[in-house]
Design a protein around this ligand. Structure first.
Ligand SMILES: [Zn+2]
Length: 227
């Protein structure tokens, strides 16, 4: 429908559309991998995710109706992500490389869950349209592809992505803390990430450095511990 839409009918993507597309892409990613091979690891991830998702459903009522899904992969090129609508994929290779305990794994998952609850994908598309309004005249799937592949657009979105990473760290820590995890133990995830990094002090245009993330998490944790 969007393909043939005249200019007057062109519309920015909405959350329902972003979630529907994410579900299709997620199914495709699952289909091209061996998933959930390690039953114990998958059960461990799901048990932790279940508690966090239950908390998210309370804190963000709209997400209670989402078809949340959690799968694992052995893919060494993945770490963890949560697509729009609560489609989670966690790499066992990443969790093992960082030797995450359950508290730290909860922080990793909570960060990813917050990307979804905070509509970060939708907001990224909206930011792209603000900077390049011509996207409104093109099919949404082209914008969806461009935010991850068009270097010029990605450069323009770097600041948005950077802010979203900081927000997911902060709100993820708070989410897991509300779900019952001690804040200081959650922040341990960032220490392990920093120690595993080849360049812990290097920030990217779209990503704070591991050192910055660790410091920020410590500050948030110290604040939460007082409550
Ligand atoms: Zn993130």
């Amino acid at each position: 429908m969007l393909l043939a839409a005249p200019m007057a009918d062109a519309a920015a993507p909405i959350q329902d559309e972003v979630m529907a597309r994410a579900a299709v892409l997620y199914a495709g990613r699952l289909a091209e991998r061996i998933i959930d091979r390690d039953e114990r690891f998958t059960a461990r991830v799901r048990a932790i995710a279940e508690v966090l998702v239950a908390q998210a459903r309370r804190d963000y009522p709209e997400t209670a109706a989402w078809a949340w899904e959690v799968h694992t992969t052995d893919d060494p090129d993945q770490n963890a992500d949560c697509m729009a609508g609560g489609k989670i994929l966690v790499s066992k290779a990443y969790v093992e490389r960082l030797q995450l305990n359950d508290d730290e794994l909860a922080m990793l998952l909570a960060h990813e869950i917050e990307h979804a609850t905070l509509h970060h994908n939708l907001k990224e598309y909206e930011a792209a349209i603000r900077m390049e309004p011509a996207w409104l005249q093109r099919p949404f799937i082209e914008l969806e592809y461009a935010v991850d592949h068009d270097r010029t657009l990605m450069g323009k979105l770097a600041e948005t992505n950077y802010a979203q990473e900081e927000e997911a760290d902060l709100e993820g820590l708070r989410l897991a803390w509300r779900a019952g995890w001690p804040a200081e133990r959650l922040s341990g995830y960032f220490r392990k990430m920093m120690r595993a990094s080849d360049s812990p002090r290097r920030s990217k245009a779209d990503y704070p450095s591991p050192v910055q993330r660790w410091r920020a998490a410590q500050a948030v944790a110290a604040d939460l511990q007082k409550k």
